[in-house]
Design a protein around this ligand. Sequence first.
Ligand code: FES
Ligand SMILES: [Fe+2]
Length: 553
Amino acid sequence: MRQEPHPISGALYEEVGDGVVRVLDQTGGKSGLFRWDGTWLEGNLTYADPHMLLYIGGPNLPEGKDIFWGFLPPAEDASTVVPAGVGSMPGDQMPQRIVAKYKRDPGLKTDQGMRSAAHVDQDFLLDNDRRPDLVPAVFRLQSPMPGGPVRIDTARFFEKKYHDLEVEKLWKRTWQMACREDDIPNIGDFHVYEIAHLSFLIVRTGEHEFKAHYNACLHRGRLLREHDGARAREFRCPYHGWSWNIDGTLKEITTEWDFPGVREHVCTLPSAQVGRWGGFIFINPDPDAMSLEEFLGPVMLQHYAKYKMENRYKQAHVTRVIGANWKVGTEAFLESYHVIATHPQVMLTGGDLAECRYDVFGNFGRAAHVSAGRSGASPQRGLFVTPEHVLATYRQSADFQRAYLRGIIGDEVEQFSDAELNDSSFNHVFPNLHPWSGWSRIVFRFRPNGDNPDECIQDVMLLAPWPEGKPKPPPRPIRHLKMNESWTDAPELASLARILDQDVLNMPKLQAGLKTKQPSYVWYSAYQEGKIRNFHRNYDRAMGLEGVGDSQE
Ligand code: FES
Ligand SMILES: [Fe+2]
């Protein structure tokens, strides 16, 4: 049975079985019983932290699967050794379970603007990297989103007219990740990529050649394929049998004598542009779009250059339907500001992540945990650590990661600095891709669920490190979860599933709240929500909304 104190109130949350949680407020002498979904059952304590209830009493993982996802063996038959020592990090000089009252973080004035009182200049860590020559230059770039708090009208999160405009102005015109190259390893393998009501056939046409055909027959428009497939030699329409070769050239019009003059109009399946980066296949339906490289930008490309994302092995891929707009889902992973309320258990052993660094570079939004590892600073609970302590944690965390990775990628690990070994940042590429960097393995993607602006589909992938040159096993097949299922129904996500359940708990509630909120706008902060402000700046530009009052600085 799970049992933890609340990191701020100190109330004891204890699982008593069947999804019921007893909450005992030791200081006030009150207690209550709650279902994990927040329903109060009995007792004189009538409200409890919904995220803590979920964490203690919510759906669980099978035995042995509630482990940190970053240390999963990369494949079923691979064995990796998690080195001893994580329990002896300097962060553990703090008590094992830290309970401390909420305190107002007064902030700290810096040359770059206001930051958390726990701010530690990242340059201090980079300057003290034990392999300074290996630190990528882009790690030193600072580019916080300029300007102050911004408000955005709520309508864009639920009104159908915004969804319709997104199809025309965004999904038909932007670069977007469709799948991994490994998903279609052989010539003729194809993946059906769907975005809103649009559908594309992503097909491998050569060893290193890919096409993204519009997935519609040029006769009367039937979808050519509804499911992914392998080793196709043609796409023959199931309705009347017209067919095209995998490269999109016309193969046959059945009873062509009845279609005089039509051949020249249907001789090639229309297709979107295809671009590739890091083992991902991107598409852009706009024939006049800038190149993918230009879209991603030099900072993003350089940040990931040494990580060789193309070498990663997809050890998990799970999708789940969520009752919220895709932008609501996206925003939930653009800041760590929500940790204090949404992932309270994280604070028991770590910090509240208020000292994260945020930078924006065009379509790329970058985050950095200065205290990667567990420095334990929690300014919102009055817990502070010295920069030297952060550095010690940082180095120990790098050593730990180096020892672990050596078991997977061997001596290649010597090519990385402390900074890179600690890099596990929640980065974002506009509009909907979250490739966490470094060694975190996480990749998220959010897409609208068909044309319903109140629903989205979240993809979660784990891309494990894999030795260069060693053949990869086939990627794990995609598991599709319905709206009422829990991420823990996908145990291949390990403990990430329980974190994601907490994030998703908010999303439908946010969607509902946005519709009733008065005044009908939301606020985004100057710094911690800077990546979200940048998202909306890019969104406004793409949608042609600039200057029409949808967002105001
Ligand atoms: S609709 Fe495809 S062959 Fe008729
Ligand atoms: Fe979260």
